[in-house]
Write a protein that binds this ligand. Structure first.
Ligand SMILES: NC(=O)c1ccc[n+]([C@@H]2O[C@H](COP(=O)([O-])OP(=O)(O)OC[C@H]3O[C@@H](n4cnc5c(N)ncnc54)[C@H](OP(=O)(O)O)[C@@H]3O)[C@@H](O)[C@H]2O)c1
Length: 222
């Protein structure tokens, strides 16, 4: 398994669940942070990888696939958020979020595909907010809508190879960063990273072999 954005709030939980399930995996992130698990044959740590850089991404995936002996699943979690209204906003924000959310996923997928085995799985991170964009969410929602359409198109392209491609669409995730920026929020209504990890583990499993091209909202009580 490959997890991108593996040192972030959700990535760390998904990584933990994969390790618990005895998966061999590679954790890819641009951070070189203390959050990183320690590198081992079963949990390869590829830190400091900028997934907007296609050459660096190709090298990282080749390295991971070589050490793991192929790739059964790719979980694209790397990404991010910005809130900015269009009136008075900056086109650079749109470019930045496109790079952060679409380009990273595209590069990771393109670089991994040669190593993804039949029966493989790709899980992308969309966002519930991309279905109907709220004020200030234009650039973010557009980038996550890009993930949704990438998921649908790729699922069709890979159907006959037996590789499934799905996306999960969270609302607000209960992360420390979100609690900090929205201290008045109703945290108990937000979706917990563990709940999203459960859904991702299901999509990676044999039981989900007939599910592809799905955009699955996971929104807690938001
Ligand atoms: N949090 C939410 O409420 C929410 C809701 C819906 C969807 N999502 C999506 O869910 C995913 C995870 O969210 P999260 O809250 O866990 O975010 P997070 O804590 O910021 O984790 C994302 C990780 O991806 C890394 N990353 C960003 N750009 C990268 C790049 N170019 N190359 C390699 N790694 C990169 C980040 O590194 P840096 O810290 O250095 O940027 C970070 O370690 C994201 O795709 C996000 O858009 C989140």
């Amino acid at each position: 398994m490959i997890v991108t954005g593996a040192f972030g709030a959700l990535g760390a939980i998904v990584t933990r669940e994969l390790v618990k399930a005895h998966c061999r995996l590679a954790c890819v992130d641009q951070l070189t942070s203390a959050n990183a698990p320690s590198d081992s044959a079963d949990c390869i740590v590829l830190a400091g990888i900028d997934l907007t850089d296609s050459t660096a991404t190709c090298k990282a995936m080749m390295n991971a696939a070589g050490r793991l002996g192929g790739i059964d699943g790719l979980v694209n979690i790397a990404g991010g958020f910005a809130w900015e209204k269009i009136d008075g906003g900056d086109i650079a924000t749109w470019d930045r979020l496109y790079n952060l959310n679409v380009r990273t996923a595209f590069n990771a997928i393109r670089a991994s595909l040669p190593y993804i085995l039949s029966g493989g799985r790709i899980v992308n991170m969309g966002a519930a907010g991309a279905v109907k964009a709220a004020a200030g969410m234009g650039a973010y929602a557009a980038s996550k809508a890009g993930i949704a359409k990438m998921t649908e198109a790729l699922s069709e392209e890979l159907k006959d190879k037996g590789i499934t491609v799905n996306a999960v669409l969270p609302s607000i995730i209960d992360t420390p960063a979100n609690r900090l920026t929205m201290p008045q929020g109703e945290f108990e209504r937000w979706v917990r990273p563990e709940q999203i990890a459960d859904l991702i583990m299901f999509l990676l499993s044999e039981r989900a072999s007939a599910i592809t091209g799905a955009l699955i909202p996971i929104t807690g009580r938001v």
